[in-house]
Design a binder for this molecule. Structure first.
Ligand SMILES: [Zn+2]
Ligand SMILES: [Zn+2]
Ligand SMILES: [Zn+2]
Length: 763
């Protein structure tokens, strides 16, 4: 039969993942000639040979692709036969690399892992061992194209042995940019707090593991930043770490060698296991097991704990001598501030916090925190989407123009988007801190540089005082679109569920706070939402927030705000509330409420849950973000009696819209104090709140003829609330849409903003 030729264009994550050598080997296996060439976000392949072999090649390409490659599209066309006599890999040309996709950082693979534990391997005990199928990527890339000289590995010229492996298309390390060995690669060492070197190489890791066992606190430099570690099996080191970090309650994530060890302290449901063991290695939030064989202070007052398995060579080697060890592994940062990434910075900023540093000399080009996932209603919910996922793009259901979303204020991310792809950045943090905001600016530049997307349209929050809003207006000028916070949640949710551009949905946004269009603070909203706009149809009853933002830090204030008009002062005094300034603060808040001074109105769902936690004596003063609602959920898990609380709807004064009366809800719980446990009442508050909101949503959807109901916002991380709402919506014959690949908290805001801005010119 006559030989034929095909020209293929393969799109997706096909750079830096061993895709070209794979094609080379596949072509060779079928006796095909031609070439493979990298063109940024896609690879061009010309293959020539018998039609039979061409068919086999095309069939096996998607089936046998390398583990880190993600193929989104293969376009193939017949071209004239030109008679190649071999198959070649054409070197990358510099030039246009728009929409080039850099792979995320990936856990060390089994092959590399067995080499670092094999005394006969030249990689024995070498923590930076990597290959095409594993290791750091995004955190090493300075600019495009993704070649070694544009990564932080440029500081380490290859030795002859590594060069051989790097240039051999049949080797597992062919063109793996971070490839290196003991002779030519980065070095690891253990230092004291002053920076004096105590040990190098494997010895440094072994000593660090000994120190950890003995109760010391050690910093560890990883892929995307520093962690602080201590022994999680013992109370003393964990308590000491809390004291030094001034974090009395905030849960710490822990790391164990394997799932066998994890089972000694956490329950591994099927879906939890899948994420925990995936090569992306997120922190997976798992329920604590009955026999919780760890320090209670690792995750105090909560029914669950964040767990991860080792993903770097160093982390794996830390378990070499102590396979049963469990370490606390928490990001080295001040709350809301960026994680430490430089050695010098670690020595300065972690003074007085850590006893030893396990350092290395590979520079971190991109800071990248651990991803945190929780399984909610059977689906993964991203509390933080970062390492292992970023910068993998999200596919959009339609084309948009080049745009950027700068996020809100808390838990911010940045999204750049163009065409059918959106790239959400790593977790940035609280941009009201100057240090975090300057990191935010870095991420904006970097995301644009790495994706080659020059944003035309800028999306930002409606809140005029956010640093991110001011920045977007300065940059985008008349091309800046302020997007209402909860509408941004809805846009993100719709695109996350691939809804087409003409879709309409009854959207429920439940979160802490977002700037409303009527001068009040929103946070418990029911919208008719489309990609192009929204109409507010209902909400939670606005409640007085004495002291504004202070209510989020002192939920006890919220209780007084909600119940002030319905209870006597003597009754309020008897509640198990707590205030940082004691009774003085109580009196001051009462005075504010009597005079109506310094009171803000808010329909926030978060504040209602926080207030319930305070009223039930579960958490009156917050020590970390989300604490009251998280502890309320954990308390509710212990509930043994079903209690009904009143679900009352009324017309809200200012908006005239139907509202769920949260005063009646809290008052109902108040009247049962003492008759039922705080666990029963915590469960009842969550249950009635979810039922009330979802019943209102179902009736509004029916009225408007909307066939879809969706839920976004930080409250959606609450397993009980989300499952309960999904149940009510299901009973109405509908399905509750929730997030899939994008956080439901404010990590999704930049994504929603980028969509809104990028669609501006669409019909
Ligand atoms: Zn590997
Ligand atoms: Zn080498
Ligand atoms: Zn929000």
């Amino acid at each position: 039969m006559q030989n034929e030729a095909r020209l293929l264009h393969v799109t997706g994550t096909v750079q830096g993942v061993g895709f070209r050598p794979f094609i080379y080997q596949l072509a060779k296996a079928h006796g095909l000639f031609g070439y493979v060439k990298n063109l940024g976000n896609h690879v061009e392949i010309l293959i020539e040979g018998s039609p039979e072999s061409l068919e086999k090649f095309l069939k096996e390409l998607p089936e046998k692709k390398p583990p880190l490659a993600k193929v989104t599209e293969i376009r193939s066309k017949n071209v004239p036969f030109s008679g190649y006599s071999k198959f070649v890999i054409v070197p990358s040309e510099s030039g246009v690399f728009e929409n080039s996709i850099i792979p995320p950082d990936t856990a060390i693979c089994e092959d590399c892992k067995s080499e670092i534990f094999d005394p006969s391997s030249r990689y024995y005990h070498y923590p930076f061992t990597v290959c095409t199928n594993c290791g750091p990527r995004y955190t090493t890339v300075r600019k495009l194209p993704y070649d070694r000289e544009n990564t932080t590995m440029a500081d380490f010229p290859l030795c002859p042995e590594c060069q051989l492996e790097y240039t051999d298309p049949l080797n597992r390390r062919y063109h793996a940019q971070p490839v290196c060995c003991k002779k030519c690669g980065p070095e690891i060492w253990l230092s004291d707090p002053e920076g004096n070197v105590l040990a190098r190489g494997y010895e440094a890791i072994a000593e660090a593991s000994d120190f950890l066992q003995q109760g010391s606190i050690v910093s560890l430099k990883g892929f995307g930043g520093f962690h602080i570690a201590c022994n999680a099996r013992k109370e003393e080191p964990v308590k000491e770490l809390r004291r030094r970090l001034k974090r009395p309650e905030q849960p710490f994530a822990v790391m164990a060698k394997n799932t066998g060890v994890v089972e000694s302290f956490a329950e591994l449901e099927c879906s939890g296991r899948e994420y925990l063991t995936s090569r992306r290695r997120p922190v997976t939030v798992l329920p604590k097991s009955k026999e919780f064989n760890l320090a209670e202070s690792a995750s105090p007052g909560l029914h669950n704990i964040g767990v991860m398995l080792p993903y770097t060579g160093t982390q794996n080697l830390l378990f070499d001598r102590e396979s049963d060890a469990v370490y606390v592994l928490t990001s080295a940062n001040l709350p809301g501030r960026p994680m430490v990434v430089e050695n010098k910075e670690a020595l300065e900023k972690l003074k007085g916090i850590v006893d030893f540093h396990l350092l290395h000399n590979r520079v971190i080009a991109n800071r990248n925190d651990d991803t945190v996932i929780r399984i909610v209603n059977g689906k993964p919910a991203f509390i933080r989407r970062s390492r292992g996922f970023v910068p993998e793009p999200i596919d959009l259901p339609f084309d948009i123009e080049a745009s950027i979303g700068v996020g809100a204020e808390m838990n911010s991310t940045v999204t750049v988007a163009k065409g059918k792809l959106a790239y959400i950045s790593q977790y940035i943090g609280n941009t009201s801190h100057l240090e975090t905001f300057s990191y935010h600016l870095e991420v904006v530049q970097h995301m644009s540089r790495l994706t080659g997307i020059e944003p035309i349209h800028w999306g930002c929050d409606l809140h005029p005082a956010f640093n991110t809003t001011r920045f977007a207006i300065k940059m985008g000028k008349e091309n800046t679109l302020p997007v209402q916070h909860h509408h941004a949640h809805m846009l993100a949710l719709m695109a996350d569920n691939s809804l087409p551009q003409d879709s309409r949905m009854l959207g429920i946004a439940l979160d802490g706070v977002g700037y409303g269009t009527d001068g009040t603070v929103w946070g418990g909203e029911l919208f008719e939402s489309s990609y192009f706009g929204y109409e507010r149809l209902g909400h939670l009853l606005p409640q007085p927030m004495p002291g504004g933002d202070l209510v989020s830090k002192v939920p006890s204030r919220g209780v007084l705000g909600i119940l002030f008009e319905r209870l006597q002062r003597t009754e309020l005094e008897k509640l198990p509330l707590s205030f940082p300034q004691g009774t003085q603060e109580f009196s001051a808040v009462m005075k504010q409420l009597e005079r109506g001074v310094n009171i803000f109105q808010s329909s926030s769902t978060g504040r209602v849950l926080d207030s319930a936690a305070a009223m039930l004596g579960i958490c009156g003063i917050r020590t970390y973000e989300g604490e009251p609602a998280m502890k309320l959920e954990s308390a509710a898990k212990k509930s043994t009696h079903i209690v009904d609380l009143p679900i009352v709807f009324r017309e809200a004064g200012k908006s005239g819209l139907p509202a769920l009366d949260t005063t009646e809800l809290l008052l109902g719980a108040y009247e049962l104090l003492g008759k039922y446990s705080s666990a029963d009442l915590a469960f009842a508050v969550e249950e009635s709140l979810s039922k009330g909101i979802s019943e209102l949503a179902v009736s509004l959807a029916a009225k408007r003829g909307l066939e879809k109901i969706g839920l976004s916002g930080g409250v959606a991380y609450n397993e009980h609330i989300t499952s309960c709402m999904a149940g009510t919506v299901r009973e109405a014959g509908l399905e509750l849409l929730t997030h899939r690949q994008v956080p439901c908290g404010d990590g999704c805001i930049s994504f929603g903003q980028a969509l809104a801005a990028g669609m501006r010119t669409n019909p």
